[in-house]
Write a protein that binds this ligand. Structure first.
Ligand code: BGC
Length: 767
């Protein structure tokens, strides 16, 4: 019986202490008696095994090797037999994986099984929307179900460890890895992080189909300067704790087994060598008892960063800082033995790291059953997998514009539909970044989805118009406009190919690439209604097309079942219900732009801004408003965080707070009425925002504190209530301690971060 990492079995004990009239909030976790005895059993087995290991075997456990692009049995057999490998990465042939396990278990001295790692980021064969798209569902349940499907399919190939969820908060759509991230908000990211961990790891790590999750990249990677991948990050500790660390804390609370150290430099100490992150925060404060893996060769890169002089120093720094396993670097396996023999590195550091790794292997039940029986797991692309991918895609699409209710389309009223664009029929591109194993053969494209839905009711005319999303040639545009002219409506499927986002794929210009804006303009001139469906790995700047289309469905990279989902949304089988997990700037120069900004000492307002075109000649310096805005972009985004339209007509009203005043330690309820005044049933994501007016450190102008996705029938009015404990208002103050303060708060409920339905309450000091 092994201890599970199931959060439901962890009892959280709130621990509060009074200091300086404020509540300092800390939490600790405990397990129930059954879990404690299972954990003690595992600790005993870890200790016994550790006591029998040589230094070489210990260091071997800390070594993960690349097992793809080679004959791994040939190349790795000897090292496995010698106990010099603890994990392999990138081998997904199940027979090979089983054979590697057999060598490790039967032919090495101590028979320690392997962890088999793979990036299963948003699906294995069946691909869910990119993580940013999944975040747009604001639905932890669909994220959990998607991760579960991914785990089942990956496990069928022998994989027992994924490098997901990626939970880097980012406010920079230039960064290619925003596609993999949950977006800009720590609360939304935390809720989704926990759900993803639960989906991958399940209730019981020993069950077939459960795989280890890995929360990455610890920490701060989403702040890379100018959105350039791998660049430096400088994040004050207070911001780090209030924003970037929060999803990681949520993942740890959800029982995540592993974390990955980030590639990036954090405040002068690259994360892979950062003791503050991995010892102080992760182990001492959070009590994490899984293990930390480096990123790909990132221990070696400590010297490239200039933190260390060579691999020997890098191994010493990373191990001391708390990186337990070296991913694909061979630095540990080449340097650690000697560092210990020389007395430069204490054996306790090695023992702790190895115990962390062995503990997880025991928790997984690998010592009892290291092999994979693929037949015991569902087929790839099962009906359940495809159905889940479709729901995820449906809920991820955000309707950004719908002038004159041009959508939904009606099959009956249309004779001809022009489907135009480089992503309309692109089975591979719609899967997005990080799909090593994704199967484009399973993809149903937007064109196919529309054809399937419309059947013989209307003629579909398809023109690709651009070879790739980056093509600059306008030669095929005549064919596109001719098709548009013959049609009743044009569906333009635009965006970015998969390669334009993801790791190392950052962009400085985030407009639609190539000649797409020109294509939109040319099609617009025809005069038919134009619907843009945009597939992309990031928020794009849409300013140059937004006025030339009647409607926009922002579909991210929607995955395997993107096509049927898009067709259902276009034709109103379902209403769009996605909400933006990241702010859409008007211009790239506004970045970083995000809803939870600080107020500043000179906040802008509509009456205090001047547009560059309206400045009079020789206007005095002080005549331009003197507030925090851009002369050419103002201060508002094109579309705010949380925004997304619906075919229903949702109205929010009657916001109420249960008590005007609550004492620290108490709970209040904030509610509002949501009425569907339209004539279709639809899902809506109701959002609660709070502002702490005065803080020990300045607080954001709004912070998401709750959300709920619910279905509302026509004419139905529902009252949506959120319970708010004063601990939910806690933040890290200027001494970087978690605190909840007395004071005045504003609260808003609505369908977007810019809702103006507001109430107020006061938090009083506790007696
Ligand atoms: C990425 C990680 C990934 C790893 C293994 C690295 O380049 O930063 O996110 O898990 O490769 O493929």
């Amino acid at each position: 019986m092994h201890r599970t990492r199931n959060v439901k079995r962890l009892a959280r004990l709130g621990h509060v202490a009074l200091l300086c009239g404020c509540l300092l909030v800390s939490t600790m976790t405990t397990t129930d008696a059954e879990d404690r005895s299972a954990a003690a059993d595992i600790e005993q087995r870890v200790d016994e095994l550790l006591a029998r290991m040589t230094l070489a075997e210990k260091v071997g456990q800390m070594n993960q090797v690349h097992a793809g692009d080679m004959d791994p049995l040939e190349e790795l057999g000897d090292a496995l037999r010698a106990g010099r490998i603890g994990s392999v990465i990138n081998q997904v042939d199940v027979a090979t994986v089983n054979e590697l396990q057999r060598i490790a278990v039967e032919e090495s001295r101590l028979g320690i099984p392997l962890l088999v790692g793979r990036d299963v980021i948003h699906g294995f064969k069946t691909v869910m929307p990119i993580p940013l798209g999944q975040a747009a569902t604001w639905n932890p349940d669909i994220v959990r179900r998607g991760a579960r499907i991914a785990a089942l399919e990956a496990a069928k190939s022998g994989v027992n460890w994924t490098f997901a969820p990626m939970i880097d908060i980012t406010r920079d759509p230039r960064w290619g890895r925003i596609a993999e991230s949950p977006g800009e908000d720590p609360y939304l990211a935390s809720r989704l992080a926990g759900a993803a961990v639960e989906g991958f790891q399940g209730d019981d790590l020993t069950a077939p189909g459960a795989i280890l999750a890995c929360a990455k990249h610890f920490a701060g990677y989403g702040e890379v300067e100018s959105g350039r991948d791998y660049a430096t990050t400088n994040i004050p500790e207070n911001e780090l704790r209030n924003v970037h660390l929060r999803p990681f804390r949520a993942a740890v609370d959800a029982g995540v087994a592993t974390l990955m150290a980030s590639f990036s430099d954090l405040n002068g100490v690259p994360a892979t060598g950062n003791e503050f992150l991995m010892r102080q925060v992760l182990r001492d404060e959070w009590g994490f008892d899984g293990f930390v893996v480096s990123d790909w060769n990132s221990i070696h890169q400590l010297a490239v960063h200039g933190l260390t002089a060579n691999d020997r120093d890098s191994a010493l720094v990373a191990a001391t800082a708390g990186v337990d396993m070296d991913m694909a670097g061979s630095v540990y396996v080449e340097e650690l033995d000697e560092l210990v023999d020389d007395g430069a590195l204490d054996i306790d550091v090695i023992d702790t790291a190895v115990a962390n790794i062995l503990r997880v292997k025991f928790e997984m039940g690998l010592f009892d059953d290291p092999y994979t029986d693929p037949d015991a797991l569902p087929a790839f692309g099962s009906a359940e997998a495809l159905a889940t991918a479709k729901v995820a895609a449906l809920q991820s699409v955000v309707m950004l514009k719908n002038d004159n209710d041009v959508l939904p389309l009606s099959k009956d009223g249309l004779d001809r539909i022009a489907v135009i664009g480089p992503l309309a029929d692109a089975p591979y591109e719609q899967l997005g970044t990080w799909i090593f194993d994704g199967d484009p053969e399973l993809s149903v494209t937007a064109l196919q989805g529309i054809r399937d839905l419309v059947g013989d009711d209307a003629k579909i005319e398809y023109v690709r118009a651009m070879e790739t999303s980056r093509s600059k040639s306008t030669a095929p545009f005549d064919e596109a406009t001719a098709a548009a002219r013959r049609s009743d409506v044009v569906v333009l499927v635009l965006g970015e190919e998969a390669i334009l986002s993801g790791e190392a794929h950052s962009r400085a210009d985030i407009n639609l690439p190539g000649a797409q804006a020109e294509l939109v303009r040319r099609v617009r001139e025809v005069g038919k209604p134009v619907i843009a469906v945009i597939m992309a790995g990031r928020p794009l700047t849409l300013t140059n097309i937004v006025d030339n289309v009647d409607a926009i469905l922002y579909a991210w990279h929607p995955g395997t079942m993107g096509g049927p989902a898009i067709a259902d949304l276009l034709f109103g089988v379902e209403s769009p219900s996605g909400k933006l997990p990241a702010t859409f700037p008007r211009m790239v120069g506004q970045v970083p732009i995000y809803y939870s900004q600080k107020n500043t000492g000179k906040p802008p307002s509509p009456d205090k801004i001047v547009h560059i075109d309206d400045i009079e000649a020789h206007a005095p310096q002080t005549s331009l408003g003197m507030t925090a805005f851009h002369l050419d972009a103002g201060y508002t985004p094109l579309f705010p965080f949380g925004f997304g339209l619906s075919y229903a007509d949702f109205r929010y009203d009657n916001i109420r707070v249960s008590d005007d005043e609550v004492a620290l330690g108490g709970t209040l309820t904030i509610s509002a009425e949501l009425k569907n005044r339209g004539d279709v049933a639809a899902e809506e994501v109701v959002q609660l925002y709070v502002r702490d007016l005065v803080g020990n450190v300045t607080r954001p102008v709004r912070e998401l504190k709750g959300f709920r996705r619910l279905r509302v029938e026509p004419d139905e009015t529902v009252t949506v209530s959120f319970k708010l404990h004063t601990d939910d208002l806690a933040f890290f103050g200027r001494n970087n301690e978690l605190m909840a303060e007395p004071g005045d708060f504003h609260a808003w409920i609505g369908g977007s971060s810019d809702t103006d339905l507001q109430t107020a309450f006061r938090v009083a000091a506790s007696d």
